[in-house]
Design a protein around this ligand. Sequence first.
Ligand code: THG
Length: 262
Amino acid sequence: MFIIGELINGMYSNIAFALKERDKKIVQTCALEQISNGADALDLSCGPASKNPLIDLPWLVEAVQEVTDKPLCLDSGKPKVIEEGLKAAKNKTIINSTTADIEKLEILIPLAKKYQSKLIGITIDTRGIPQNKDQRLELAAVILTHAGENDFPIQDLYLDPIAMPVNVAQSQMQDILGAIHEFKMISDPSPKTVIGLSNVSQGAKLRSLINRTFLTMAVASGLDSAILDPNDKELLDTLITAELILNKNIYCDSYLEAYRKK
Ligand code: THG
């Protein structure tokens, strides 16, 4: 599992404060803690409160890459903001994200190619969030077709079926898991898959339990990557154990320590 740490996000008050005060140390500490707990990459989002994401996202990029060379997942709905982040990045990058809208694909696929960035495609378009598995597959096909026609390497494309909160879209959880499974089968080579895990427990009690249960099921459905809280120790232990049971890791009595260090 490719773990993308979710905690550098302006929706969190410490990061909002760091952005306002231009306090690099807060952001850098948050980056290093997530990496020491197992993050392979870091999501960077200015959050909805940022008044100037064109300046704030490159500032986050520069602060983080002073302390790590891990890949940076540039999280914004605005292509111009993403481009400013890409310009500032020396580390590898993942664009987060394009939708299935043609206007967005026509901007973000060339941008990903120009900067040799990976790309997350979320299965959403101007009609909104899909309501079932088939709508997700339809939008995935739009993204895949556009990527293929424009010579974007499909192995660098991460399809996101949009994880919804279980307390508002309980009947869709199986559609999301089914989409993760079927995204891998609609193209050869297969695209990769990703979800924003914490979405599933937003507004619910027992968040950590819901997150780790969903993650286990998503891993069994073939999920390649997740944006999640790597500082949630039980979540990471559950992930390592799920991968053990799927025979992705070799068992030893100290497998948790062994795979945490990797
Ligand atoms: N797909 C893709 N990118 C994404 C998402 C996705 N980026 C953003 C988001 N979803 C993933 N990141 C988070 C980060 C935090 C939370 C959820 C998803 C979260 N935060 C607490 C909350 O809202 O309750 C904030 C608590 C606080 O304010 O301290 O749950 O799906 N491609």
